[in-house]
Design a binder for this molecule. Structure first.
Ligand SMILES: Cc1cc2nc3c(=O)[nH]c(=O)nc-3n(C[C@H](O)[C@H](O)[C@H](O)COP(=O)(O)O)c2cc1C
Length: 173
């Protein structure tokens, strides 16, 4: 690429100066609760779509793909719910290889949250209820719509710091 493009990338702004603090030894021990707390903070800070995350999946050969999705819930069984069509690329990959990784990133707060684990398909009833609850729903069913739940095997909370001693809080289940 051209020197000016590279120089332009280098010149882009870094994290904001007024980053929140994070001490993993203080606050909720339950990572899902900590996520809810961080999500509230993101909403209060005006982060747009803080419930959007990238989901990485892989096919049976290990070829990886990722895309943005919306978090639907963290359920009582500990599942991080998202929904999509079973006929999509991600649907096919999850059928072949039911493992995935989520990544939330909130630049305004210098925060990243990674969640990885096995993915299970939730019931047809739960999937239909999710389809009907979409803002664009016209009442017609979509049998291909699937509600999934990622069951975390590991999580990492990452907080940027102005002194670049960034904080990583890893949880293995
Ligand atoms: C912010 C954002 C949120 C999205 N949310 C969803 C979602 O919840 N479910 C979905 O199927 N696609 C969603 N999409 C579209 C996906 O990113 C993707 O384009 C689509 O699901 C096809 O992906 P695939 O071909 O890898 O299966 C969203 C896109 C963006 C940018």
């Amino acid at each position: 690429m051209s020197d000016s493009f590279r120089a332009g990338l280098r010149a882009l702004p870094d994290f904001p100066g007024d980053l929140p603090s994070f001490d993993p030894s203080v606050g909720p021990k339950d990572p899902a609760e900590l996520f809810r707390q961080w999500l509230s903070g993101a909403l209060a800070a005006g982060v747009r779509q803080p419930h959007a995350f990238s989901l990485a999946t892989a096919d049976a050969s290990g070829h990886v793909s990722s895309r943005m999705l919306i978090l639907k819930d963290i359920d009582d069984d500990g599942g991080w719910q998202f929904a999509s069509s079973r006929t999509s690329r991600k649907g096919g990959e999850l059928a072949e290889n039911p493992n995935a990784a989520m990544n939330f990133y909130w630049p305004e707060l210098g925060r990243q949250i990674r969640v990885a684990g096995a993915v299970v398909e939730l019931s047809a009833d739960a999937s239909a209820a999710d389809w009907d609850a979409r803002p664009a729903s016209d009442g017609r069913p979509n049998p291909a719509w699937q509600l999934y739940a990622l069951m975390p095997r590991e999580m990492e909370f990452w907080q940027a710091r102005a002194d670049r001693h960034h904080i990583r809080h890893r949880v293995v289940f």
